[in-house]
Design a protein around this ligand. Sequence first.
Ligand code: HEM
Length: 360
Amino acid sequence: MQPPPERTAPDAENAPPTGPGPERTLGQGAAGESAPGSTPPAEGSSVPGPRTGTAGAGRVTLRSDLRASWPDGLVALAITAALSALIWARINSRASSTATVMPFMADDPEAFLLYFLSQAFGWSALLWAWITVVLGLLLSGPRPARLPLSGPRLERLHRTTSLNTIGLIAAHALLFAAELFRHDDAGAWYGAAWTAFVETFVPGGYDSGTGRIAIPVGQAALYLAIPLGLLFYIRHRIGPKTWRVLHRFVLVVYVLSVWHTLLYGTNVWYDGWFRTSVWLLQLPIAALFLARLLSPARRSERLPALAAVPGGGKPLWTARAAGRAAAAAVLVALVAILVTGRDGGREEPPADTTSTHNHD
Ligand code: HEM
């Protein structure tokens, strides 16, 4: 996860801004260096028992869940508004590392308002993805006895936070596209709109710096989150077993989201407590995931003693045991990353480069 150097840092005046997007504007010669939308296991994903959704009443449909989504959607919007204010204040005071990576944004913050809004939606999307993954793992793994939410409520919250995660990611990407559109004055509006669409939503369309990897990673998270999250609503057509198997891949969506963030977020560009906190938040996910594998809610997913497995079933047993060992290894690796601080962050350049001319 150590990104290659390329974004510009303090002496970006050498690099005339051509539009938003970390490297797009950077990368020419100077200092610096240079991931869902998880829709995790939808309600009761792997939990046995009836699924009535709205805490007991009626069949769950996409429409009923969309209606039920507004309370946590409003909370997400309120958090996004607070994050926007924070990002705005930090840009204006130049405390944000976005201002170090892209100084031209701090020189004229009003011109990049949509970009800062996009950042705020990115963070609320990641937070909602985190919440919904935690809820999903609580549903499919061991559940603390003292949890204040009943099973059906937990399931419903899991589904609505999943839906809101998709909406928040979409808002994050659309605001980025809007910023690209706004800064493209090279030709006709429809040409600018097309370019913004391609750079934002078409894999390979964004061809500058770290974005060449980070943007497709984010797109993969978004494009996987949509079907994996929504398949729940047609599970009666595809079969609950198929749905359950497919839905497990939402964890991939989450991993892609975190990877995209750590690779491309300019607020976590450099080493520091903020970047460390993002890593720290992955510890409970890794621990819950391991607990879910070791003690799944569904009896059929438990790993029997090897002696009780008939000869033909041994390769499958070995694969499942290896999965559990890999999950434990991820947990250990996370602890090692946190303890050593080797988390792929770039080294922050000196605040005043004029005297040192150190732009490496
Ligand atoms: C079409 C898909 C996506 C596009 C085009 C996209 C675009 C971007 C861009 C351009 C940045 C750099 C902003 C900066 O300067 O910090 C960024 C950062 C970020 N993205 Fe995405 N992204 C996508 C998907 C996602 C997903 C799926 C998530 C998480 C659920 C996410 C969460 C974030 C976060 C948290 C940041 C860090 C913002 C900051 O540093 O303040 N993005 N994204």
